[in-house]
Write a protein that binds this ligand. Structure first.
Ligand SMILES: [Mg+2]
Length: 372
């Protein structure tokens, strides 16, 4: 699936690991915790032909348990070993170093992103060309949803009006700390933005019965969500299956996020019929395994969402290239730059209304930051 052309040798001459921080415009609150600022680890690979490629690890300690110091250590170890390496066969290089990132999938994502960004830049081709044999991505234009984080009724109303005014068409509503307030928040969002598609994300907060009760109550009140993400704890496969079956009868998809972080877990989800959609994130499974998860899910008729942790413009633009090229993602959830302040929020491919346009991208991912 990954496209590899015959190419000139490109040797790594320098490998930098650095941490960048950025303030958020508002805390990113979900059921299991919150981000108050962005603090991500970056890997930049300089090649003998003068090209440099960059990758990002967005460490979400409250979700994955990974930490920034652990990610810095694993990336530095690999950075030292990459010096003098020829990366003109990036799949081989990717396989070779994969084992250094056991238990540190954000680090793996940064490594693979830097490798593939550097490689595609050295070949003079956009990042998306790695994932499609075609001359243009299936989806050169993608529209991301926007997240309404946990908060008060007033905060939900203010965010809804602001984002609806900017042209967002899908709202992903975080749930999970206060069921009654969540119910009122969703109704308020529907009232203020009657045309938008609503997706719910409980981040594991419900039992199967509780999730079904909540969604049925919403439907009775006139709100029909398109999808419910991770309603139950990640290891509650029976609960997930129960919710998927019941909501499936109402035409509502159920999506695994925390439950599926690897190809093995995706295979389990598909084999057991536990979900009708899977949220793929580079930070859970790296980039190369994400290709395999996408292929597996689509072969079984399972829908796909592309998602992100608290990632900067570099990483979400890479995800847009990936999803656009594969062309099989029904849900696009790569909106984190709208919560970040400063340079790390800027992608030349993304406008203020959630629209990624990949049609005019140059070599690589197309986003570069100065080291910290
Ligand atoms: Mg989620």
């Amino acid at each position: 699936m990954i496209r590899i052309a015959k190419n000139k040798a490109c040797t790594v001459t320098e490998a930098e690991v650095f941490v960048l921080r950025a303030p958020l415009s508002s805390p990113f609150r979900i059921a299991t915790g919150q981000h108050d600022f962005l603090e991500n680890v970056f890997l930049r690979l300089h090649l003998s032909d003068g090209i440099a490629g960059c990758g990002e690890a967005a460490v979400a300690t409250h979700i994955t348990g990974e930490t920034v110091p652990q990610t810095v250590i694993s990336l530095k170890k690999v950075a030292a070993k990459l010096l003098g390496c020829d990366i003109s066969t990036p799949l081989v290089t990717g396989m070779e170093f994969r084992s250094y990132f056991r238990g540190n999938h954000a680090g793996l994502a940064a490594f693979e992103m830097a490798l593939l960004d550097a490689y595609s830049r050295s070949q003079g081709m956009p990042f998306w060309r790695l994932f499609t044999p075609q001359t243009a991505p299936d989806q050169p234009v993608l529209k991301t949803d926007v997240t309404i984080v946990l908060g008060s009724l007033e905060e939900a109303a203010e965010a809804t009006q602001r984002y609806a005014g900017r042209g967002f068409q899908t709202f992903k509503v975080k749930l999970g700390r206060d069921e009654e307030l969540d119910f009122r928040r969703v109704l308020e969002i529907r009232r203020l933005a009657p045309e938008v598609e609503i997706v719910l994300d409980a981040n594991q907060a419900f039992t199967a019965e509780g999730a079904l009760r909540f969604v049925k109550r919403l439907v009775e009140a006139g709100v029909h969500p398109a999808l419910v993400e991770q309603p139950v704890p990640k290891k509650d496969w029976d609960g997930l299956k129960q919710v998927t079956r019941s909501l499936g009868e109402m035409g509502i998809l159920v999506c695994a996020d925390e439950s599926v972080g690897s190809l093995e877990e995706a295979a389990h989800a598909v084999r057991t019929g536990s979900v009708s959609a899977i949220n793929i994130k580079f930070m859970k499974s790296g980039i190369l395994e994400s290709v395999e998860i996408a292929r597996l899910a689509r072969s079984a008729g399972v829908q796909l969402m592309i998602g992100a942790m608290m990632e900067s413009a570099l990483s979400i633009t890479a995800a847009a290239h990936f999803a656009g090229a594969l062309g099989c993602f029904s849900f696009i959830d790569i909106d984190t730059t709208y919560f970040i302040q400063g340079e790390l929020a800027c992608s030349p491919c993304l406008d203020g209304g959630g629209r990624f346009d990949l049609s005019g991208t140059g070599p690589g991912i197309g986003v570069q930051f100065a080291a910290g």
